[in-house]
Design a protein around this ligand. Structure first.
Ligand SMILES: Cc1cc2nc3c(=O)[nH]c(=O)nc-3n(C[C@H](O)[C@H](O)[C@H](O)COP(=O)(O)O)c2cc1C
Length: 479
């Protein structure tokens, strides 16, 4: 250390620098009270990845390594979610689970929240919420009480993921009065619980999500994080909670450098997604893992999202090696310009049937119709009245299937794989070049997370030395 530091020209000795920088261990980078409360060692969270891509296995491996994973419950049948919860509970490691806002399927959101309450799930990652909903507030307030010494205990915790300050503000506020009244009327909470609810934030913790894989507002982390952080301080002052509000950062983190930057800005924890999808334990196939391992920064594209296709919402996906983004974008253009399937020109329709759907569109509609008759027959009734809606459902068949084909590794459909990922994967791939982690077969999630955290601590130590005027190398070797 001494020869690296060289001569320091400040009122501090190299010994003091050495002592203070030695304190920078991975477990000290974020908010240690947060880690203690969650029962984890490192301020490192694995974000939920839909359809079990953040699998039971991935979540457990992170937990065993002293970190915390969120199981990706979105898009899974409720029975599968329950089965996964049982496995996670048996593992005895800390974990969380996703509750994603489903404006098109409010019953599903409510059913999931009830399941989480029934199973005694204590930590949710709440994402994609445009506004606070009854099921979410009901989950948060379930079991709220005051101890004899006056302390408010809220057993159910929500870490909200947001990319916009208006939403962060809602989560940092107490539950809305209107929803409290509804819960009171429905007998889900008592008057005393409603009183206590006015003294707590909906979420004590918010992950600010910058440009990431999947649904993203493509926000730059350097602008987003300080905004949400400042908002948290303001909301704390306004509400005088007896608990601190905390902010973590996700989106774009795939290297020690990015992690160190997040912690340097004051992130209480970091959240990783895209890089985990390329890990051995993720619930995708080896072909996708290999495709991800070859991705660079520029191999990404925005493409229409299956769940909010008609609204023009997009997701960030891998472009390299798949035509999904191009084909899905074409479907959206057709949806915008045509009033019904019959408006599509004969040549275009033939092309779609041959290359994209690989079946006549009427056949796809029959399949889609049967699916929705089981799941939500209102969709079929609407489609039979409204040909534009029928077209949307047919196009959404492609958007739904492409994600399944990628997950299961459907060999004939490789060119259509829909793989959500963000620029973090390109940064990670570049960083691990020439190391064992270059090979996807070596990317165990705990090893990857450990390398990112240890590297972040090394960089933070080097930075301290550098800020004091010393010369420091940046040792980024992966052991
Ligand atoms: C394949 C994939 C699926 C995702 N699915 C979800 C999801 O279902 N719910 C959610 O809250 N976030 C989801 N995300 C976002 C991640 O939880 C995480 O916030 C994000 O990936 C972090 O940014 P990064 O991709 O730059 O690491 C997903 C991300 C990816 C890459």
């Amino acid at each position: 250390m001494k020869q690296i530091i060289g001569e320091l020209h400040l009122n501090i000795t190299s010994k003091q620098v050495e002592d203070s920088s030695a304190l920078i261990q991975p477990e000290n980078l974020g908010d240690s009270a947060f880690c203690r409360e969650l029962g984890i060692k490192y301020p490192y969270l694995g974000g939920s990845m839909a359809k079990g891509i953040s699998s039971v296995n991935l979540t457990i491996e992170l937990g065993k390594a002293g970190m915390l994973g969120f199981f990706g419950a979105a898009g899974l049948p409720i029975e599968k979610v329950e089965e996964s919860i049982n496995q996670l509970m048996d593992s005895k490691v800390p974990f969380g689970i996703n509750l994603i806002h489903s404006p098109n399927e409010p019953d599903l959101e409510a059913e999931l929240a009830e399941l989480y309450i029934r199973k005694g799930i204590r930590l949710l990652e709440a994402s994609a919420f445009l506004t606070l909903t009854m099921p979410l507030v009901r989950y948060r307030l379930h079991g709220i009480h005051r101890t004899p010494d006056g302390k408010i205990i809220t057993p159910n915790r929500i870490i909200a993921k947001v990319s916009r300050e208006e939403l962060a503000e809602k989560f940092f506020s107490p539950p809305p009065e209107k929803l409290l009244n509804n819960l009171l009327q429905q007998g889900h909470i008592t008057t005393e619980q409603a009183e206590l609810a006015r003294l707590i934030p909906m979420a004590q913790e918010v992950t600010a999500e910058a440009d990431s894989g999947g649904h993203t507002d493509n926000r730059p982390a350097l602008a987003l994080f300080p905004t949400i952080q400042s908002l948290a301080a303001r909301m704390q002052k306004k509400n005088g909670y007896n608990m601190p509000l905390r902010v973590g950062l996700g989106g774009g983190i795939g290297t020690p450098t990015a992690a160190a930057a997040a912690f340097a800005m004051g992130a209480a924890w970091i959240m990783v997604g895209s890089v985990h999808q390329a890990c051995l334990e993720s619930g995708t196939c080896d072909t996708v893992r290999k495709m991800l391992a070859e991705a660079k920064q520029s191999d990404l594209s925005m493409a229409p999202a299956a769940d909010m296709f008609e609204m023009g919402v997009t997701v960030q996906v891998l472009k390299r090696g798949t035509m999904f983004a191009m084909r899905a974008t074409r479907l959206y253009e057709l949806y915008r310009s045509c009033e019904s399937i019959n408006d599509i020109t004969a040549t275009e329709r033939e092309k779609l049937e041959k290359t994209v759907f690989m079946a006549p569109l009427e056949q796809i509609w029959n399949q889609t119709r049967s699916f929705f008759l089981q799941r939500d027959s209102r969709q079929v009734e609407r489609a039979e009245r409204d040909p534009k809606h029928k077209m949307a459902l047919v196009f959404r068949w492609y958007l739904g299937q492409t994600a399944n084909w990628a997950k299961t590794g459907e060999p004939d459909r490789k060119i259509d794989y829909q793989i959500w990922c963000g620029p973090a994967i390109g940064a990670f791939n570049e960083w691990v070049k020439g190391t064992p982690l270059e090979d996807p077969a070596n990317r165990g999630v705990a090893k990857v997370a450990d390398a990112i955290m240890k590297g972040a601590a090394e960089i933070s130590r080097s930075n301290i030395i550098r800020f004091y005027g010393g010369v420091s190398e940046t040792p980024l070797q992966i052991q």
